[in-house]
Design a protein around this ligand. Structure first.
Ligand SMILES: C[S@@+](CC[C@H](N)C(=O)[O-])C[C@H]1O[C@@H](n2cnc3c(N)ncnc32)[C@H](O)[C@@H]1O
Length: 261
């Protein structure tokens, strides 16, 4: 088997491992997703909160992470990968695996989370965040940093290319020692979590880099994205990943024209 086939098979297998499409664990029923039986279609589309899998984003969004990373590697777009809102860490574990499979040693995986769940919006929070009151599910959504590190170790992928940013995004991201980013993946659900991440990270995104919005189907998140894009005058076309999520690529004329490669 040649190197390319081995890499493909490893990443294909890992897509099914982090989503646990391999063994099909039952979901944790919750007010938004009440199902109790494993359904491969729902898992492929990230429409359940798995009891065992290391990510809830599902197969299509994992494949999108692979697409974005392989594209920036192929095009030489400089910068790291960050996910804001990692839960059990499966997306970041998979992202680390993509770098490993391509022998990429000069890029980091930034793992940003409170590691205690979603913030309570409180009295002064955004109205749409208050309405959702997602922090009430923190018994499921809050996963400690030790557990996430342990999950990386299970795959043999915890090393010095993985960097942890614990704390609320509004505190951890402004001072994060990140230079350039090539792929930004936002998965913090709330208006506040989404806008805090965009405001603190977007200016570090290289031209030709990608922004992935996991929660675009949530009105609060979508509003934050629309507000940010309109304030910053971002017109790059938004593409659908699945019924929940979207992404866009930051314009870079040198990629379109081939100039500067
Ligand atoms: C839906 S989960 C993320 C799912 C994850 N990407 C996966 O692969 O399964 C949302 C995560 O965002 C984190 N979070 C949300 N808002 C946050 C904030 N403002 N600061 C820090 N962490 C936040 C929560 O702790 C939780 O781990």
């Amino acid at each position: 088997m040649n190197e390319q086939s081995t890499r493909r098979l490893y990443l294909d297998l890992l897509e099914k491992a982090v989503t646990n499409l391999l063994y099909g664990d039952s979901p944790i029923p919750n007010p938004w997703l009440p199902e109790t039986e494993f359904d491969s279609g729902r898992r492929e589309n990230g429409q359940d909160w798995p009891s065992q899998a290391h990510t809830m984003v599902g197969l299509k969004r994992i494949q999108n992470v692979r697409f974005c990373l392989e594209q920036v590697i192929a095009d030489g777009v400089p910068g790291d990968f960050i996910e804001t809102g990692v839960w059990r860490g499966g997306v970041c574990i998979f992202a680390r695996a993509v770098l490993a499979a391509h022998d990429v040693t000069g890029r980091q995986i930034w793992v940003a989370d409170s590691f205690e769940g979603i913030p309570d919006p409180g009295e002064n929070g955004h109205a749409m965040d208050k309405e959702m009151a997602l922090h009430q599910a923190n018994d499921v959504l809050g996963v400690t940093m030790d557990t996430v590190k342990e999950n990386f170790e299970r795959y043999g992928l915890l090393d010095d290319q993985v960097r942890f940013l614990p704390g609320w995004f509004k505190d951890s991201l402004p001072t994060a020692p990140i230079d350039k980013l090539a792929v930004i993946r936002l998965d913090g659900d709330l208006y506040e979590s989404t806008i805090d991440a965009l405001k603190n990270l977007y200016h570090r995104l290289s031209p030709g880099g990608f922004v992935i919005i996991d929660d675009y189907c949530i009105p609060a998140c979508r509003q934050a994205v629309e507000d940010f894009r309109s304030t910053e005058g971002i017109a790059d076309p938004i593409e659908k990943i699945d019924d929940y999520s979207v992404f866009w690529r930051r314009a870079d004329l040198s990629i379109v024209t081939g100039v500067g490669k």
